[in-house]
Design a protein around this ligand. Sequence first.
Ligand code: PNS
Length: 168
Amino acid sequence: MAHHVAIYPGTFDPLTLGHHDIMRRAARICDHLIVGVAENVGKNPLFSVSERFDIVSQVIDKDIQNGDMPDHVTVKTFNNLLTDFARAEQASILIRGLRAVSDFEYEFQMASANKRLNADIETIFLMAPEQQHFVASRLVKEVAAYGGDISSFVCPEVAEAVKAKIGK
Ligand code: PNS
């Protein structure tokens, strides 16, 4: 029987509740989920890749311990082409979350390019949860930078890390 390995890639700077929901749902539809934290220096992230790895790992470990996520979820960092990372991990599925229509063009371009780079890999889109449709990592950072309350956008662990980083 086929063993479906999926990658959920992202910058996760920081992980939002929308990302968290997608991770949990993606884990249910594959045999092994790898959350791929992209170094993405081009995006000038607030958190280093190892900080983002630690935060995502912490949230996943807690979920697994609480029985909110199956234990076939692992976290890895990558700093190469997503399709090369997927090939090295023997993954045949890429998971992406879709929020509003505004995400579509970027996601369509990325999925099409990835398909061209490796025709054996399928991108599967999961709809972001309704309550989180407008939430983006960029928005979380902006609200936090002005001292706003981000507790309804991110998990408590993430809120702590953002506050510590931004100093508010
Ligand atoms: O959460 P993000 O920032 O929208 O995720 C973007 C990500 C990490 C999926 C994208 O930047 C990526 O795949 N980076 C790896 C380099 C790569 O393969 N680029 C070409 C994508 S078509």
